[in-house]
Ligand binder design. Structure first.
Ligand code: ATP
Length: 238
């Protein structure tokens, strides 16, 4: 590709006791790309994202972000360095309002004018959140909480966003708006590493994809090609 990868996993492994959940996985995300990682339940997708954000240790291999070994970056500094993880399950602050949740996501930013314009962008993207600015996070619906989780990530102005199953358990109308938002975030310059069980949606917005089976990458390539592959269709696109 002629440029340096923003995120580069080289032969990483993750173990839980005797279980080798991730085996020798290598993948790259270049600046501005949308990459999806698809695979069945238990294939190891979440473990890969958790290893990148340093929530779990590596049993082998290396991860480089923007040229630096992630193992040398304190986990809590990763968001400020532009690597933001949106975990599965819409982690938000239930006892804080929508606005307070967003304020906290941007607390360390010094570019106040840009922060204000990012708030406007987020509320433009998700009018439901604008209407509920003062409502407590914990009282939002599942789809609204996912919008808030995504909005918190946007407020951190990431260079790359790791997204774990953003469509999980959402009604189709919410799934559409979440995927539209992911595309907008990407168009604004953020690279995305998207883990999804909804392979159809994921492949439709990704440029490249990796297919994971029992901890190993069994196939990778152009998202369009994978979408047209008979084996992939049979296994993941039902
Ligand atoms: P899903 O789509 O179901 O979330 P996944 O592809 O994200 O699956 P992981 O959550 O990464 O898969 O799990 C990979 C394997 O590691 C599974 O066999 C799982 O049971 C195991 N595993 C995950 N977390 C732990 C843990 N904390 N302790 C023990 N085993 C774990």
């Amino acid at each position: 590709m002629g440029m340096d990868a923003l995120l580069e996993l080289d032969g990483i492994s993750v173990r839980y006791g005797p279980v080798e959940a991730v085996r020798q996985v290598s993948l790259q995300v270049f600046p501005g790309e949308v990459i999806t990682l698809i695979g069945a339940n238990g294939a190891g997708k979440t473990s890969i994202l958790r290893a990148v954000s340093r929530l779990i240790p590596l049993a082998g291999g290396t991860i480089h972000y923007s040229g630096d070994d992630v193992a040398r970056i304190p986990a809590h500094l990763l968001p400020q360095k532009g690597l933001v993880h949106v975990p599965e399950g819409r982690i938000i602050f239930g006892t804080l309002s929508v606005q307070e949740n967003l304020d906290l996501a941007a607390w360390w930013r010094r570019d106040d004018d840009q922060v204000q314009s990012d708030f406007a962008d987020v509320f433009g993207m998700f009018p439901r959140l604008a209407e509920r600015r003062k409502q407590l996070g914990g009282t939002l619906s599942g789809g609204e909480q996912q919008m808030l989780a995504l909005s918190r990530a946007i407020m951190a102005r990431p260079r790359i966003m790791l997204m774990d199953e953003p469509s999980m358990g959402l009604a189709p109308i919410f799934v559409k708006s979440i995927f539209a938002a992911i595309q907008r975030i990407n168009q604004a310059g953020t690279a995305i590493l998207l883990v999804e069980q909804n392979a159809h949606m994921a492949l439709s917005i990704a440029s490249r994809a990796y297919v994971l089976q029992t901890g190993r990458i069994i196939m990778s390539g152009d998202a369009e090609d994978l979408r047209n592959d008979r084996d992939i269709q049979a296994a993941y696109l039902g």
